[in-house]
Design a protein. Structure first.
Length: 378
């Protein structure tokens, strides 16, 4: 590790979300003697990935209270002095990355990477003045103090780096990837469904994502309400956690749909659930930078219904993905879904998996990240 590139990853908390899942997948496939990653989180609690991160040799540092800039500056300086020096600070905290870039510059870190994981442009445009002022300031700080930047897709790059991002050699697109190896395994569907209490003959619509506004669980409930009136055989499997979970569960009960939903906490066997329990995948997000859960669903051979907010980079198997506008409403979504229920799947799971791997190979992705770090550290 003596001559390795030292990288400090800045995240809110190491929970099972898209950016964090990608980072952990990359960590597993990067030799620590080449690139040594450590993590600084802004949460007071431990994250779901903390044990796994530690197992692969990375260290975890906590620095809660991100609104106190002087405290953040001192803690980052102290971590860099005692556990560094770091060659690169890599920010994954959305627009707050502007502050991270400034602080990294003040403590003398030469390589400063801002990472855009979401296309929030539509949300930012209709936000109130304080939010708009904040995002403008953060974008200025990113432009001023970043030495390089990454994004998961072209729309995500434009949202963080501006409409002329392609003219600036600092900014690059690097789609996030996950380890797809578990999707090669054989899964006994009856055993998985029995464990979840899913009756035989049931059609299961899956969704994986945090219970936050972005993921649009309210639309899933409205869609479930429509589909439940048309078929007694449909069930909905939601996997995730988040601050809106209680509200979503209450809304499900209020609509009398409690027996139609199975809600599971974040877990590490998503591929097993996709292969063993789900028949279709729903992804009605208001916005995404990429949408790793949708990528995994395609690799599992699931027919997917996604909002038009999903960037084109996330569609690796076009025959499996139908994109619909959210403004079309749950009735039109239900019509599109019902047309597919009895139709044969256009591609086998193994064919779909190979197509996804050609675009989202974590080993190649990790190698590209290493090369990016080498350039950023030079």
């Amino acid at each position: 590790m003596k001559n390795s590139i030292r990288v400090l990853q800045i995240i809110y908390v190491a929970d099972r979300a898209g950016a964090e899942t990608w980072l952990v997948s990359a960590l597993k496939h990067i030799d620590r003697n080449v690139v040594a990653m450590d993590f600084l989180t802004h949460a007071e609690k431990s994250g779901e990935y903390d044990p796994e991160i530690n197992r692969f040799g990375a260290r975890m540092f906590q620095s809660p209270g991100h609104r106190n800039l002087f405290r953040q500056l001192f803690r980052m300086w102290r971590i860099n002095r005692l556990h560094g020096p770091f060659d690169i600070v890599h920010s994954h905290v959305d627009h707050y990355g502007g502050v991270v870039m400034l602080l990294a510059r003040l403590i003398g870190v030469r390589g400063r990477i801002a990472h855009s994981h979401n296309d929030t442009s539509k949300v930012d445009r209709v936000a109130r003045f304080p939010r708009q002022a904040y995002t403008r300031l953060m974008k200025y700080l990113v432009q001023r103090f970043s030495t390089a930047g990454l994004s998961t897709s072209a729309p995500a790059a434009q949202a963080m780096f501006g409409s002329e991002w392609e003219a600036d050699s600092r900014w690059k697109v690097l789609p996030a990837c996950v380890d797809l190896q578990p999707l090669h395994e054989c899964v006994e569907r009856s055993a998985v469904r029995d464990q979840l209490g899913i009756p035989a003959g049931t059609i299961v619509f899956g969704h994986v994502g945090r219970f936050v506004e972005q993921k649009n669980h309210e639309f899933l409930i409205r869609l479930a309400d429509v589909l439940a009136t048309r078929s007694a055989l449909v069930r909905f499997l939601l996997v995730g956690g988040g601050y809106l979970q209680g509200r979503i569960e209450s809304a499900i009960q209020e609509r009398g749909l409690g027996d139609r939903f199975i809600i599971l906490a974040p877990r590490d066997d998503i591929p097993r659930l996709m292969l063993g329990a789900m028949d279709f995948f729903l992804f009605p997000s208001h916005y995404e930078g990429l949408g790793l859960a949708l990528v995994e669903a395609q690799a599992a051979g699931l027919r997917c219904f996604a909002s038009t907010a999903i960037p084109p980079e996330a569609v690796a198997v076009p025959s499996l993905v139908e994109q619909l506008p959210l403004l079309a409403g749950p009735e039109r979504w239900a019509d599109a879904i019902l047309r597919q229920i009895d139709a044969p799947c256009p591609i086998t799971q193994q064919e779909a998996l190979r197509a996804v791997e050609r675009r989202f190979d974590i080993r190649q992705n990790a190698a590209q990240l290493v090369e990016f770090y080498r350039a950023a550290a030079s």
